[in-house]
Write a protein that binds this ligand. Sequence first.
Ligand SMILES: *Cc1c(COP(=O)(O)O)cnc(C)c1O
Length: 380
Amino acid sequence: MLKQHLQELRQHATPLYVYNLELLRQTLKAAKQEANKYNFHVHYALKANANQPILDEMRQHGFGADCVSGNEVRAAIENGFAPQDVVFAGVGKSDDEINYALDQDIFCFNCESSHELEVLNELAEKKGRTARIALRINPNVNAKTHKYITTGLEENKFGINAWELDSVLLLLNKLPNIRLIGIHFHIGSQITDLTVFRNLCTRVNEFQEWFEAHKIQLEHVNVGGGLGVDYYNPEQQPIPDFSAYFSLFNQFLELRPGQQVHFELGRALVAQCGTLVSKVLYIKKGVTTNFAILDAGMTELIRPALYQSYHKIENITSEKEDVRYDVVGPICESSDCFGKAVMLPETNRGDLIAIHTAGAYGEVMASGYNLRNKVKALYL
Ligand SMILES: *Cc1c(COP(=O)(O)O)cnc(C)c1O
């Protein structure tokens, strides 16, 4: 795709995030179509990428917003998402963030501890409001993904553990400014083994029985996000298998009459539509390989440094014979490396390098470390 736009790319300063909006639209249509089959509601997790053109597409395609900070709630609302389509999770919501979300009367707070419930009740009471909440439950399901993006194990800080639920119910009876409308789960990210989601369904069904036994009706079940993408073959698999994903939940979730099911997808919707384009600054001889030194670094895309994650790297301007390179950035950290022993056509100063599948948790995590300039974006 990018090779057709070389002339245009050459006119832009690098590093540059390039977004393929056509692929984004195809992805959103596919996700929506599969979710609609079962009347599932899908919220887009803004933390994956909150650029305005991306948010516009999400809203236009009928996605709700899943937020994990007050500013994400604000970004959703200022970009036209209806408050009744906004959910707000996070283990550390500040008073200001809660107050703002209360004022906006968002659909649901996904609450992660008893202490948070007490504070939310107090803040809602001061405003004479009732907050709708879902309990984020930690189901102790292994997401079989990188440990930094595993969130559903008891050792993780997220959610309320099963053994705390009795006391949470007692507490809720004493909190008149909170109304329990559902349960929420989110067990991790970049989950490619669908049996993990099947295990999640089994746990959700067990919790549903528990609530039923306690005579509590839940209107909403939110199973979070986490569906992974193919970082190794972005061209062959640009759109995740939403059909398999949603049909699995349809098959294995045991729902009560009238219950609504919610999802919160981030990565699966936006990862493949974004590419980080960078220029080669220098080639340097190493002991075992050569280094290709780029003008992009971990300040623009931190995933390899933070999670040892793989991104497919391509030289889009050279057609020569393959040579092996360590592809690195300019930042003063040894972890500032996009790939080791990568086979690329012989690479020279000025060549353009595409780092694929960078649309999620890429630009949004960019930092100013080393006083770097803010990375720019181009929409094709
Ligand atoms: C990050 C996050 C998501 C989205 O995760 P993806 O792996 O990008 O789909 C959904 N829900 C919550 C609560 C999150 O924190």
